[in-house]
Design a protein. Structure first.
Length: 105
């Protein structure tokens, strides 16, 4: 039995379209609930974090180097480093950790 990929693409399109169109058609007036406004404000950030954090740890050869890079990135961002600097620091930490970890273990 073969599966038609166009059916899957059509279902994916329908779900994605419905998620974007339904709020526009169902909610006509401005949202006044402070809780709901805060929730909707942070949804994109939470979604990005949920997709990014596991990838940071699993993208390296060793999860230890990924965790080290994540911590260095958080600290650099906390002290106001730009996105480019945070990325450079994190890449440097992964590079150095990947050189050191095989020697230690």
């Amino acid at each position: 039995m073969t599966h038609n990929p166009y059916i899957y693409i059509l279902i994916m399109f329908g779900v994605t379209y419905a998620i974007r169109v339904l709020p526009l058609t169902l909610i006509k007036k401005q949202i006044k609930s402070q809780f709901l406004q805060s929730f909707l404000y942070y949804v994109p950030y939470v979604t990005l974090a949920v997709m990014t954090f596991p990838a940071i740890i699993n993208a390296t050869q060793s999860p230890i180097s990924g965790v080290c890079a994540l911590l260095v990135g958080i600290i650099a961002a906390w002290f106001g480093a730009s996105l480019f600097k945070v990325a450079m620091f994190s890449c440097a930490v992964v590079f150095i950790a990947e050189l050191i970890i095989p020697l230690v273990l």
